[in-house]
Design a protein around this ligand. Structure first.
Ligand SMILES: Nc1ncnc2c1ncn2[C@@H]1O[C@H](COP(=O)(O)OP(=O)(O)OP(=O)(O)O)[C@@H](O)[C@H]1O
Length: 270
């Protein structure tokens, strides 16, 4: 039985060497929900996805997926768990020398013993779900950016995952394709009863489709809430994000020594 809470994160700390990236993150994510993770550049959003996928280990705290602590899984258990997760990092590039059909069939052929006739039906079903059944013979080079992303989506649901993690799914899309992809993420999550985590800078688009938003800043959860709560929030951090303001609590600068000392200017005007 898959628990209703698919992901539970408690007291999660993570550092790259000396550099502390996440400092005590708590989150819960239920089945059937679309959750956005937002935050300034370098705030640790992608790192959080990597922790959920077991690609890196926490310094302390834990991530539980479907009731199991990810960093305690044995190697083969982790591989099994990963089969239930799809990760679309920078919207996973398609295999350029394989047709749309073969791209979607790839994992089914790798990871199942299904007969080719059944794979064919399943691939066409997945392509139908993203509106591209008619494009199954095309090669990736013949697709628009939006279509390629829909194929990547069809591929990501090939093995009926419990969880899909999207890193920047809207980047570089025209406004129509952006809405199409947003709506697809929502519809597929609902239809398949999975959970979707969307790391994005696109506040306006994601607020239309998500159930819940977490904002990360300085390694902690700076704010969280439903889209309505986020839109109405007067917290400076959230306001800056939602309204795309340059000045506010989210710093434009990566932390550094004082500029003057970095440029060795002290005393030079004396
Ligand atoms: N392998 C690594 N080794 C050391 N530092 C890293 C490594 N990967 C990322 N970092 C640092 O960790 C911090 C968090 O990176 P991460 O990619 O998680 O941020 P992000 O919030 O996804 O950023 P963006 O929105 O710009 O993609 C950054 O400051 C980055 O420089």
């Amino acid at each position: 039985m898959i628990p209703e809470t698919l992901i539970e994160i408690k007291g999660l700390n993570f550092s790259y060497g000396e550099r502390s990236i996440l400092k005590g993150i708590d989150m819960t994510m239920s089945r059937g929900k679309v959750i956005a993770i937002m935050g300034g550049s370098g705030s640790g959003k992608t790192t959080l996805l990597r922790l959920i996928g077991g690609a890196v280990r926490p310094s302390s705290g834990y991530v539980k997926v479907a009731g199991k602590v990810v960093h305690e899984l044995k190697r083969d258990e982790l591989f099994q768990m990963r089969r239930k997760m799809s990760m679309l990092f920078q919207f996973g590039a398609l295999f350029t020398d394989l047709s749309v059909f073969d791209n979607v069939a790839f994992q089914m052929r790798e990871h199942t013993n299904l007969p080719e006739s059944m794979i064919r039906d399943l691939v066409l079903m997945k392509l139908q779900a993203v509106g591209l059944r008619g494009a199954h013979d095309l090669m990736p080079a013949q697709l628009s950016g939006g279509m390629a992303r829909r194929v990547a989506l069809a591929r990501s649901i090939a093995l009926d995952p419990l969880l899909i993690m999207y890193d920047e799914p809207f980047t570089g899309l025209d406004p129509i394709s952006l809405t199409v992809i947003g709506n697809l993420i929502r519809r597929l999550t609902d239809a398949l009863g999975m959970t979707s985590i969307v790391v994005t800078h696109d506040v306006q688009e994601s607020l239309k489709i998500v159930d819940y938003v977490y904002f990360i800043s300085g390694g902690v959860i700076a704010a969280h809430g439903t889209p309505d709560e986020v839109r109405e929030s007067i917290a400076p951090f959230v306001h800056q994000f939602v309204h795309g303001e340059e000045d506010g609590p989210v710093s434009f600068h990566y932390s550094a020594e004082a500029y003057a000392s970095d440029l060795k200017l002290e005393g030079s005007f004396a």
